[in-house]
Design a protein around this ligand. Structure first.
Ligand code: XIL
Length: 341
């Protein structure tokens, strides 16, 4: 019998995992109950899942995860109220069905912006209102920074139509609906990268100065066995904590390939690769523990290698980014994370 990850980390921070509704039964459910105290919906709470067409809210899959968490004594954190991906196209079309981004007439552009922000406000309030008693931690916006795009902001339809107003609207609506106890996060990947980190910092500071209710930064932390450095990950958390913000690791996994490598190990992952992964997981969790004052939770993007988004992104291939293998057995990485504590 192996130790429980969540119990091992009880004095430091909660441990979580992202799941699909079908993983709430069977062996996967048992593994989750033993090792994690937080759950996140891998897809079931994204905009397109919850409001695929206007005013047609579909709760079934999201409810299933919330119910499973309650029965099992786990908490749920929400991912994500706003994103440029997995969002219904209807959000960005005007009353005639024309894409809002194509509008050139200034008066109509203003009207479109107002309509989009109203739709966003309704989306956020309806969802937060439904789950506010069960969910206290929310990804309000996801992946809004893109240093290569216009002004360092991701050139999504949200940004093209409203500027940064959509971010402000989403946070204010979430606070009003969720009340003072709701913890509201801005979530992104690559937050260790100085260009991205600094643009995110600037945005958050500007928002806080305007009174926009942001409580913390979610660091996705999709990393690889070759990088980025643990120091750069912690340094970014330090920087945000100096603004008075909380930090969360929201989507941790560790690819067995370098980020720009398109090779495939196939069925047999070399032992030295799994060893390297274990060493890096150990180093990472040692740093997390040493910085528990600025880090309040670590969520994995999955639990076992039988189900990971990386086996189809950036290409279809063998991946093994998590602590349990395809048979749900503990990997060297699991033991590294457990004995580092
Ligand atoms: C991914 C899911 O894991 C996949 O199942 C889905 O097809 C695409 O989205 N960053 C995020 C997550 O914020 O929502 C993404 O999840 C992974 C990258």
């Amino acid at each position: 019998d192996i130790p429980s990850l969540a119990e091992t980390y009880a004095d430091y921070f909660p441990i979580g995992a992202a799941i699909e509704p079908f993983q709430t039964t069977g062996l996967k459910a048992e593994l989750l109950k033993k090792h994690v105290n937080w759950l996140v919906a891998e897809n079931a709470m994204k905009p397109a899942s919850l409001q695929p067409t206007e005013r047609n809210f579909t709760w079934e899959n999201a409810d299933r995860i919330v119910e499973f968490a309650k029965e099992s004594g786990m908490e749920v954190r929400f991912h994500t109220l706003v994103w440029h991906s997995q969002v219904g196209a209807w959000f960005f079309k005007d009353a005639e069905g024309k894409p809002m981004v194509d509008e050139t007439e200034p008066g109509k552009r203003e009207a479109n912006k107002k309509l989009l922000l109203e739709r966003l406000d309704t989306h956020v309030r309806t969802i937060v209102d439904r789950y506010k008693d069960d969910i206290k931690s929310w990804d309000v916006v996801n992946e809004v920074i893109e240093p290569g795009d216009l002004d360092g902001m991701r050139a999504s339809d949200w940004y093209k139509i409203t500027g940064t107003d959509y971010i402000e609207t989403a946070f204010r609506a979430a606070r009003e609906a969720g009340g003072p106890d709701a913890k509201l996060y801005i979530n992104d990947y690559g937050t260790d990268n100085p260009a991205k980190r600094d643009r995110l910092y600037e945005l958050v500071k500007e928002m806080l100065d305007k009174g926009v209710p942001i409580d913390g930064v979610g660091h996705q932390t999709h990393i690889g066995i070759h990088g980025p450095s643990v120091d750069s990950i912690i340094e970014s958390m330090r920087k945000f904590s100096e603004l008075g913000l909380d930090n969360l690791v929201t989507e941790l996994d560790m690819s067995i390939y370098a980020w720009n490598d398109r090779s495939d190990f196939g069925a047999d992952i070399p032992d030295n690769v799994l060893k390297k992964q274990a060493d890096r997981y150990r180093e990472l969790f040692e740093a997390f523990k040493a910085n528990k004052d600025i880090l309040s939770g670590v969520v994995f993007w999955g639990i076992a290698d039988d189900h990971t988004w990386l086996s189809s992104f950036p290409m279809k291939r063998t991946e093994a980014p998590l602590l349990f293998d395809k048979q749900l057995h503990a990997k060297p990485a699991f033991w590294a994370v457990v004995d580092s504590s």
